[in-house]
Design a protein around this ligand. Structure first.
Ligand code: NAP
Length: 310
């Protein structure tokens, strides 16, 4: 039997993913056609990305799974026509990229690198930073990305608190859960990293009340989703100095409009959603591994739970 795999994203992704997907399908010994057009009733799997023209999944009656190229699924998980299993992307290369982004920015804050770069004023200030073990870092989200980043930071010696919806165990990381856990984590965090998905439960998680729990001078790094933080509340704590600096990679509106106050704020670094991206060769392998599992009757990995939205 020949499998029909519909590639739903647009031209740019097709150009990047076509060859790696075909190579991975061949290597797995799957007899499959990768196509951009097919009679919906003949499609076995759909490769998907946000922004794909495909929005009605109901005609795909024999489709075994929709395989998302991105880690975030907020733009598809609530689609009422989606009756097929949805799997999100957990790509080792994307995870590595996130570890590099997070550790880089945590070290930047920890070592006070900005001061040395911007303050070349002829004044000798022999003030060494504390060791990482004296620096309290909070990781909000202990999933595929948060957990790996938390481990990497703990490996560098940081004192890491982790927080998730359910109780987790991560070596080297003090784990917390629930509203009280969040309160405890925030109230001692010198550097906060947010790696949570966008769901109704995480919308505006860091609002004025929660931001006010942070010790004065805390730093914030958000490579998760813009909706996790109340923008106005963040601007207020940045203006007051309660939060000394924020590095933001994701925004409620992307691209971040040129007139948005984050761009000009002296205490904000904007990065344009580049913390970590899916890499075609490793991601193609993840997609094909899931197709192999589906064909063998095994459960899909990285399956999204529609009830939690991630
Ligand atoms: P994941 O494996 O699904 O992990 C999500 C984590 O968030 C889990 O630990 C989960 O808790 C926790 N969580 C979810 N809802 C929560 C709630 N209401 N309260 C407390 N904790 C909650 O996701 P991931 O692969 O680590 O990715 C995280 C996010 O990073 C993605 O959703 C995406 O938005 C973002 N991302 C950004 C970029 C970028 O370039 N900036 C790239 C990739 C991904 P449990 O452990 O209890 O389930």
């Amino acid at each position: 039997m020949t499998l029909t795999i519909l590639f739903a994203p647009g031209d740019a992704l097709w150009n990047n993913y076509r060859a790696p997907l075909i190579d991975a399908l061949d290597a797995a010994g799957l007899n499959a056609v990768l196509t951009r057009e097919a009679d919906p009733e003949t499609v076995d799997y759909i490769v998907y990305a946000p922004g794909s023209a495909l929005t009605d999944f109901s005609p795909f009656t024999r489709c075994c799974a929709v395989l998302n190229l991105w880690a975030g699924v907020e733009r598809i998980v609530g689609n009422p026509t989606l009756h097929q299993p949805l799997c999100r992307m957990v790509d080792p290369a994307l995870t590595q990229g996130m570890v590099e982004y997070v550790t880089g920015h945590v070290l930047r804050y920890h070592l006070g690198l900005d001061d040395h770069i911007t303050r070349q004023d002829g004044v000798w200030r022999p003030e060494a930073p504390p060791l990482a073990s004296q620096r309290q870092v909070a990781m909000l989200g202990l999933g595929a990305l948060g957990q790996t980043c938390a481990r990497a930071l703990a490996g560098l010696g940081f004192a890491v608190d982790g927080w998730a919806r359910t109780a987790r165990t991560v070596p080297g990381v003090t784990c917390h859960a629930g509203p009280e856990g969040l309160q405890n984590v925030l109230s001692r965090a010198e550097i906060v990293v947010t790696l949570l998905p966008r769901t109704p439960g995480t919308e505006n998680l860091l609002d004025a009340d929660r931001l006010s729990l942070l010790p004065r001078g805390a730093r914030l790094i958000n490579p998760g989703r813009g909706h996790l933080i109340d923008d106005d509340a963040l601007l207020a704590v940045l203006d007051s100095g309660q939060v000394a600096h924020a590095t933001l990679d994701v925004f409620r509106m992307e691209p971040l409009p040129a007139e948005h106050p984050f761009w000009a704020h002296p205490r904000v670094t904007v990065t344009p959603h580049i913390a970590a991206e899916t890499r075609p060769h490793s991601a193609a392998q993840v997609i094909v591994d899931n197709i192999v599992r589906g064909q063998a009757g095994q459960p899909f990995v990285h399956r999204v739970d529609p009830a939690t939205g991630y």
